[in-house]
Design a protein around this ligand. Sequence first.
Ligand code: SAM
Length: 174
Amino acid sequence: MQIPTISPIELIAFLILVVPTIYALLGAPFVPTPLPRVRKMLELAKIEPGDKVYDLGCGDGRLVHLASREKQAKAVGFELSPPIWLWAKIAQPFWNSKAKIKFRNFYKQDISDADVIFCYLMPETLKKFQKELGKLKKGTRIVSYAFKIPELKLVHHEEKVASKNYSPIWVYEI
Ligand SMILES: C[S@@+](CC[C@H](N)C(=O)[O-])C[C@H]1O[C@@H](n2cnc3c(N)ncnc32)[C@H](O)[C@@H]1O
């Protein structure tokens, strides 16, 4: 039996594509927020034109695209899974937005200028992210879909809608 071999280029391609995808999957698998919930999150975030808005793990970019197009925010989405990031980039013209979609690990980004942060991440990931909260400026709103962020000042809680399978929305302020 012949042992299959792998060339250095195949190995590098594998590492570039698969490693970040698995890492991002552990942070939160790609499950997009339903669009009516996205609109609710945008409303609750009280975005003013020119506000700096981040989505930590932006998926197809729906939150940052709508924040840019409909609220005139300076919106940036970070996405670490290569296929999802590519999808978000390809879909950008259809959203007609000026949002930036960056292929980045959000843990390593400076988001200290944020006015609004959106997230839809697993509780363990949110816990890890909590360490970064001390760097945020006073008044920053954090809008989390589905999962609570402990120890933050809760300013609004939108109940889940079981009939539509919508999860709750948690709004915090620094
Ligand atoms: C549940 S989805 C939410 C997508 C989008 N925010 C939404 O609400 O529709 C979470 C996304 O976070 C991404 N992700 C997880 N960990 C990440 C990290 N450390 N850096 C960047 N993206 C990450 C995943 O690849 C996935 O696309």
